[in-house]
Design a protein around this ligand. Structure first.
Ligand code: COA
Ligand code: AMP
Length: 632
């Protein structure tokens, strides 16, 4: 037990190994670790080296053997298909072991990769746990990504098998997944040996003879497979995330550190107990889904909700309150965008009154900046702690949070509170020197990172070091900028690179530029993320056309929008493309994207001294004005 937040935080940094070895006592190990923190290959650190365990055993079998066999493990709530289905820990163990048997029969072995392209259905969870059970490494791809993005991930992960479903369901209707998967496999030079397809009643997918197998057929006569013990340092999964270019980064998560850290966070950050109902309203394709829909709640013996729906429109802005009351949810975790969407449709929060949500104790928000307006609206409406916490795909759990299970600190709107135990967060200048409180800089975390954070990028140690550890020696560079106030509270001011967050979805403007630049009439382009009332940020594009462009401006704009949609996915939401005569640049030719963003957001900006021609900024302002920017 910790006396206070300060006590926990100090202990986590003064005696890292002692701190995390106590946390590791909550995990079932087949063999205890030799070393809590292996720093022999620093700056690449490994937690619990020499330890052996199985993550699926810890998340499912352990609970079946310890009195939770008949407790709900997963409640699948799908307003888009009118379904509610409860799966107990006992049933989940049966389904997962049988599907693990299917994977084994297809030749999948420990260390093999399996790509999962699935909507929010229980079979996605079964797929993940089945991989973990036999030591295969899963890599989920968010269903909203287009074939090209899926292909890039297949190419890098080289899966032996792909698991998918016939469709996802969006409020506007079913989205067939199989044609997207077929196209991705066609685009990729790596070809998976087999694809197992879960046929949903809404869409029947055509199967490729010899390669594709129907999920239900595969399960017939499957021999259940047991848990394979793996090294704590073996990868559990790879999750690709957007960086500054079109090539996503394969974030690796190991088995041991991940299980230890996530189980620890359930009590200490989220303040829940085993048996409680915990709901992360996100998607399994994102890190929040991996950590807090799937692994953490089950490692801790909670009931998790898999919600296939939206905050609004399925059927109304009371959707979240209905789920909370129906399933007795104690903690809700979602993105601020979801609350902005509810607020927009139900500004007075009248729908809350229709449901009994008295069991809800905390609302946690993350994934993008929580603007003070949304914070106050949610907090006034729900009258309970609204906890902003800051994290990233790379860390897998919160870097900064108000740790409800340790000590509830006063909440300051606009701040995710203080660093979580294990994270030595510093505000740095360009020379990696710490800045005083109150001054803004880039945010670094002093190495080593705590357990559960990425040990490296998939098969790219050098790229990991180059991308994250080289610019500020001794630190992990978060890519976010911000400051600490006089009380040590952290404020996140946004990314310092080309990553943006659209409705909590992490995307690369650099990746979008690569697509836009492929248009035959585009000479050069820039894509920047601008503020959006609902989605937090949306991308806007600027294109300079080649002399004698073959098509008219409007046609080019439409084509560029549709290229981004079909190469990255609808979730990119790039809708505004402006044709301009030139882009603002420095004398050395660097495009001044940050200044363009400030103009679009209506913020004050200083004309950079290195600018080639300041008049271009006026032209950009005019182009933006013509389509209604700045919005406020
Ligand atoms: N599969 C296929 N397409 C998908 C998809 C999926 N899993 N998810 C999103 N899309 C598509 C949508 O259908 C939409 O397509 P359209 O342009 O043809 O309409 C597009 O991608 C954008 O989707 P979305 O971001 O969901 O915007 P929206 O306007 O439909 O809905 C919100 C707005 C606020 C309701 C929605 O963004 C939302 O629920 N946000 C919360 C996000 C969240 O939980 N993030 C998790 C991080 S913790
Ligand atoms: P992702 O990897 O998709 O989780 O996105 C991580 C990025 O989202 C971070 O680097 C931040 O820029 C942003 N982010 C996540 N949580 C917060 C938060 N609570 N406040 C501000 N930004 C956040």
């Amino acid at each position: 037990m910790f006396k206070s937040y300060e006590d926990a935080y100090r202990r986590s940094l003064e005696d890292r190994e002692g701190f995390w070895s106590i946390a590791a006592g909550a995990i079932h190990w087949e063999k205890k670790w030799d070393k809590v923190l292996d720093d022999s290959k620093a700056p690449i650190y490994r937690w619990f080296a020499g330890g052996r365990l199985n993550t699926c055993y810890n998340a499912i079998d352990y609970h079946v053997e310890n009195g939770r066999k008949d407790q709900a493990a997963i409640i699948y709530d799908s307003p888009v298909t009118n379904t509610v289905r409860t799966i107990t820990y006992g049933e989940l163990k049966d389904e997962v072991s049988r599907f693990a048997g299917v994977l084994k029969s297809l030749g999948v072995e420990k260390g093999d990769r399996v790509v999962i392209y699935m909507p929010m259905i229980p079979e996605a969870a079964v797929s993940m746990f089945a991989c973990a059970r036999i030591g295969a490494i899963h890599s989920l791809v968010f269903g909203g990504f287009a074939p090209n993005e899926l292909a890039v991930r297949i190419e890098d992960a080289k899966p032996r098998v792909v698991l998918s479903a016939s469709c996802g369901i969006e409020p506007k209707g079913a989205i067939p997944y199989k044609p997207l998967l077929d196209k991705a496999i066609e685009l990729s030079s790596h070809k998976p040996e087999k694809c197992v397809i879960y046929q949903r009643p809404q869409v029947k997918a055509d199967l490729v003879p010899g390669r594709d197998i129907d999920w239900a057929d595969a399960l017939k006569g499957a021999t259940p497979a047991g848990c394979v013990t793996v090294e704590a340092t073996d990868p559990l999964y790879i999750l690709y995330t957007s960086g500054t270019t079109g090539i996503p980064k394969g974030v690796v998560r190991d088995n041991g550190g991940h299980a230890v850290a996530l189980k620890w966070t359930m009590k200490h950050i989220y303040g829940v107990e085993p048996g409680d109902v915990y709901w992360a309203a996100s998607d399994v394709g994102w890190v929040v889904g991996h950590s807090y829909i799937i692994y953490a709640p089950l490692l801790y013996g909670c009931t998790t909700i898999m919600y296939e729906g939206k905050p609004v429109g399925t059927p109304d802005p009371g959707a979240f309150w209905r789920v909370i009351s129906q399933h007795k949810v104690k903690v809700l975790f979602t993105a601020p965008t979801a609350f902005r969407a509810i607020k927009k449709e139900d500004p007075n929060g009248t729908y809350v009154g229709k449901y009994d949500i008295s069991g809800l104790k905390y609302l946690f928000l993350a994934g993008e900046r929580l603007d003070p307006d949304t914070y106050h609206w949610a907090s006034d409406l729900l009258k309970l702690p609204v906890v902003d916490h800051w994290w990233q795909t790379e860390t897998g759990w919160a870097i900064a949070a108000n740790c409800m299970g340790i000590e509830e600190l006063p909440i300051k709107a606009g701040s995710p509170t203080k660093p979580a135990p294990g994270y030595d967060v510093r505000i740095l200048d360009e020379n990696a020197q710490e800045k005083p409180n109150g001054e803004e800089g880039v945010i670094g975390i002093r190495l080593p990172l705590p357990p559960g954070c990425l040990p490296t990028l998939w098969q790219k140690d050098d790229a990991y070091i180059k991308s994250y550890l080289s610019d500020y020696p001794g630190y992990y560079a978060t890519g976010d900028g911000g400051y600490k106030d006089k009380d040590g509270y952290i404020y996140i001011m946004g990314r310092v690179d080309d990553v943006i967050n659209v409705a909590g979805h992490r995307l690369s403007t650099g990746g979008m530029e690569e697509v836009v630049a492929k248009h035959p009439d585009v000479a050069e382009c820039a894509v920047v993320g601008v503020e959006d009332q609902l989605k937090g940020q949306v991308p806007v594009g600027f294109v300079v056309l080649k002399a004698g462009a073959a098509k008219g401006e409007q046609d080019i704009q439409k084509e560029v929008v549709s290229m981004v949609r079909s190469e990255i996915g609808a979730l990119a939401c790039l809708k505004d493309i402006m044709v301009v005569k030139r882009l603002p640049k420095t004398r050395s030719g660097k495009i001044l994207r940050a200044t363009m963003r400030k103009i679009a957001d209506g913020q004050e900006f200083a004309v950079p001294s290195t600018i080639e021609d300041p008049a271009v900024l006026g032209e950009i302002g005019e182009a933006l004005k013509a389509i209604g920017y700045p919005k406020k």
